[in-house]
Structure formats: structure tokens, C-alpha cells
Ligand binder design. Structure first.
Ligand SMILES: N[C@@H](CCC(=O)N[C@@H](CS)C(=O)NCC(=O)O)C(=O)O
Length: 222
């Protein structure tokens, strides 16, 4: 429940939008969603979004809130309960790993934009190393044990890429990461995670990869 009217301006493939949607759903918040075409964003969006990025949360028709971390924190604060630990140090630690998750998203972007096999393989190695590092810290079944936190929402959007990309790889990127792999499967079962994307997500993401004309595009055999 929230006393505010919330409108989430979104792009259907955006992982940062997804983490906002997961947070809104987990916190049982009523909101409207508006998808825009990022390739040709409407004029009103360019005016309202200083970084010209989604997600943008319009609160009470007048306050424009940008940056997914800020949006998620706001949604958490204006609703009962919290997706963070009550312990400030643990909360800070989760926020640190949320940053790490955003850097993994950067690496995923570098992967699907890589033009050469060499840089593609380099990105895959960096991703495998990030998951291996995560494996040392994950408690299981969720990041910090039995409770779903905001950090879990962030990684759910990271893992979703691999539901589509796994079939392009000749190896299992999670092979040596038993805890991360179990965590990945666990968050994928969460209803808020499942409903954070449209039913067309897989096909749209695959087409997005194909249109990149990158090394990854050549690995796709639909
Ligand atoms: N740091 C931002 C990243 C958001 C972001 O990169 N959004 C992408 C779509 S996934 C975007 O709007 N890109 C449009 C652009 O860069 O022009 C956040 O956490 O909200």
C-alpha cells in the first residue's frame, strides 16, 4: 500500500526497470506502467528524465525520480516492512553487492556488444569470475538466507539474461558456482520475478541480441 500515485516509465527489456517492478510487486504497491520505445523516446520523457534513461518513476504526477536504486529505496521506504535488513551494516553490505550486480550488467552489455571473438571470450571470463566471487558470499537459498531482500531482486534480473543466453554457450557459466546456481533457480521461482517481464520477453531479447550484429549474434541459431 502507498498513499502516492506511481507511474513507472519503462522499456520492456531493461533489467533496471525489472528490479523496480520486482520491488513494487514485493511491496504490494499499486502502480501504473508505461512502456516507451527507447530507440525513439517521446519528447515528454526526454524533458522529464535528466539522464534520458528508464526507469523513471513519476510520483503524484509531479515528482520525477530517476535511477533504479533510488526508486527501489523510495518504494521500500513508503511502504510497510522492508526488503533490507534492519542491521545498518548488513544493509550496507547488500547495497555494495547491488552495485556489484550493476557492474555484472555492464559486463553483460559488453558481452552482447563484443564484435570480436576475443573480446567476447574475455567478457565471458570476467562474468564467470564475477559469479565465482559471488559464490563465496551467497548464503543460500537466497543471498543472505531464507529471506528475499532487495539484493535478490537485482540478481534475479542478472540471471534472467542467462535463461536466454545459456543455449549460445558451449559451457555452463555457473558450473563451478553451486550456490549461485541454486540461488538463480530459487529467485526464478519467485512470482514477483516471474511477472516482472512481458510474455514476449524471450523472443524480444533474442531479437535484440541478433540486431546487435555482434559476436554473440553469430552464436544464435533460432
Ligand atoms: N543507472 C541506471 C541505469 C538505467 C539504464 O541504463 N537504462 C537503460 C535501459 S536498460 C536506458 O534507459 N538507456 C537509454 C540510454 O542510455 O539512452 C539505473 O539504475 O536506473
Amino acid at each position: 500500500m502507498s498513499q502516492h500515485t506511481l507511474r513507472l516509465v519503462s522499456y520492456d527489456l531493461c533489467p533496471y526497470v525489472q528490479r523496480s517492478i520486482i520491488t513494487l510487486t514485493e511491496k504490494n504497491v499499486k502502480y501504473e506502467i508505461e512502456y516507451i520505445d527507447l530507440g525513439s523516446p517521446p519528447e515528454w520523457f526526454i524533458k522529464r528524465s535528466p539522464l534520458k534513461k528508464v526507469p523513471l518513476l513519476i510520483v503524484d504526477d509531479k515528482h520525477d525520480i530517476f535511477e533504479s536504486a533510488v526508486i527501489c529505496e523510495l518504494v521500500d521506504e513508503i511502504t510497510p516492512g522492508s526488503l533490507h535488513s534492519g542491521n545498518p551494516v548488513i544493509k550496507a553490505q547488500h547495497r555494495s553487492w547491488i552495485e556489484f550486480g550493476s557492474r555484472i550488467l555492464d559486463k553483460i552489455g559488453a558481452l552482447y556488444n563484443s564484435k570480436s571473438e576475443k573480446s567476447y571470450v574475455e567478457c565471458l571470463k570476467e562474468l564467470a569470475s564475477s559469479f565465482s566471487r559471488l559464490n563465496d558470499i551467497v548464503v543460500g537459498p537466497y543471498f543472505a538466507g531464507d529471506t528475499f531482500h532487495m539484493v535478490d531482486a537485482v540478481y534475479a534480473t542478472v540471471f534472467r539474461y542467462f535463461d536466454v543466453m545459456d543455449s549460445y554457450f558451449t559451457f555452463d557459466i555457473f558450473e563451478d558456482c553451486d550456490k549461485v546456481n541454486a540461488w538463480r533457480l530459487k529467485v526464478a521461482q519467485r512470482p514477483a520475478v516471474q511477472t516482472a517481464v512481458l510474455s514476449t520477453y524471450q523472443t524480444r531479447l533474442e531479437n535484440f541480441f541478433i540486431n546487435k550484429n555482434s559476436y554473440l549474434s553469430t552464436q544464435i541459431h533460432p
